[in-house]
Design a protein around this ligand. Structure first.
Ligand code: ADP
Length: 398
């Protein structure tokens, strides 16, 4: 890092999603989170006390609160602002320092991620207004998956759709998969470049990634974050012919279908609840739809686990992360049930031992001793990873 940047030791990370905004202020030398927060349900009318009509209002509030607080005494303390951008298309192979050209390229990607990238872009533009002397960096969910081989990222559709319209698998949750893979390598005391890992990010959105010698070689989310595993309210894999049937025979409109597949499907579509804790409660009280939702959720994970095992041939570690992966011992046990033949086991007492048993590196190993595959629970930290990648991007430039 050059001398001029040395005195700047804080990084602000903005994760502006479609209905929520998360932020973290990070002391970068210690990798310490000084402050973090989130504003949820933007644009919804139900909670009048914390309600923000739109992203602009919510971001204005966050930026002016941070500026007024003692947390950021002056813009000079900020080394940079790191922005999560969901879709980088094929254009962005690396994080990028934001300038007019980068903004235009992100804007061009909106067609691929109409639900996510507009909010990300607004976050960037407002941050530039509020902190106009601070360097801003875009970190993309898609960059970790730029190593997918062509036979994995192509869909079996007319090739011209790829060449002319960018139709291909891009993959998402890249910062999280990369962060936990690095943590696993630290825990196993081996270089990441020597490890084969299957990483499961199970939060409201969910994805699974096959990592070969440290590089993403397959991932369940596709051209958009709708494909793959069953999620809180997203459908995951479905038969694309369903669209023709629903539009042609059932006269549903495309916007109706789009909303249903993104917001009213997944766990919510099957049992009415998208929070996994509530789904368990319902299932435990005998609700058959909740049990069906759980069975479907676990079955699909196992199906992907099996196929990624076949893809990788040898697996050193499986990682559970995200709100569900980190906290739901019962689900972890079910996902690994009866997979002893692959060297995957879950030890009951380790699996239920809770967060206090995490090592200092933030890992909890839940497999039996001396198994071929280490099953790990690792708390993700996308904001820290965005900060680290932003700083690395600045260092490359300077
Ligand atoms: P996001 O994908 O929005 O970042 P998170 O990774 O925080 O979300 O995951 C949120 C989900 O984690 C919640 O919807 C909830 O279902 C699940 N979750 C949180 N705590 C638990 C828990 N103790 N047991 C089961 N699921 C949990």
């Amino acid at each position: 890092m050059n001398v001029a940047l040395k005195n700047k030791h804080k990084v602000l990370v903005i994760n502006a999603g479609s209905s929520s905004i998360k932020y973290s202020l990070i002391e970068i030398t210690q990798k310490n989170i000084i402050a973090s927060g989130s504003i949820e349900n933007i644009g919804e009318t139900k909670d009048s006390s914390t309600n923000f009509a739109d992203h602009e209002q919510a971001l204005q509030y966050i930026f002016s609160t941070l500026k007024k607080s003692a947390l950021i005494n002056s813009e000079n303390e900020l080394l940079c602002i790191g922005h999560r951008v969901v879709h980088g298309g094929e254009h962005f192979q690396q994080p990028a320092i934001i300038n007019a050209e980068v903004i235009e390229n992100i804007r061009d990607t909106i067609v691929l991620a109409p639900l996510q990238n507009p909010a990300n872009l607004l976050g960037i533009e407002l941050a530039m207004k509020h902190f106009n002397t601070v360097t801003q960096v875009a970190v993309f969910d898609t960059t970790f998956h730029q190593t997918l081989p062509a036979h994995v990222y192509h869909y079996a559709v007319p090739k011209a759709w790829y060449e002319q319209h960018g139709v291909r698998r891009y993959g998402f949750h890249g910062t999280s998969h990369f962060y936990v893979a690095k943590k696993a390598a630290q825990y196993l005391c081996k270089p990441l470049e020597t490890l084969n890992i299957i990483s499961l990010h199970l939060g409201n959105g969910a994805s699974i990634t096959a990592i070969e010698k440290g590089k993403s070689v397959d991932t369940s989310m596709g051209m958009t974050p709708l494909e793959g595993l069953m999620m809180g309210s997203r459908c995951g894999d479905i038969d694309p012919a369903l669209h023709f049937y629903l539009t042609n025979s059932q006269k549903m409109s495309l916007p109706e279908i789009e909303t249903a597949l993104n917001k009213h499907s997944g766990l919510k579509g099957i049992c009415g609840e998208n929070d996994m804790r509530e789904v368990h409660k319902l299932a435990d009280s005998g609700d058959k739809n909740a049990q069906l939702a759980l069975d479907m959720y676990v079955y699909r994970i196992k199906k992907y686990l099996g196929s990624y095992f076949a893809t990788l041939g040898h697996v050193d570690a499986i990682i559970f992360t995200g709100g569900i992966g980190e906290n739901d011992a019962k689900l972890r046990e079910q996902c690994c049930y009866n997979l002893g033949v692959l060297g995957i086991t879950v030890n009951d007492s380790k699996n239920n031992s809770g967060k206090s048993n995490h090592t200092s590196s933030g890992c909890l190993e839940i497999s039996d001793n001396n198994q071929a595959v280490a099953v790990l629970v690792i708390k993700t930290n996308e904001e820290l990873e965005i900060a680290l990648q932003s700083v690395a991007c600045l260092d490359q430039e300077n």
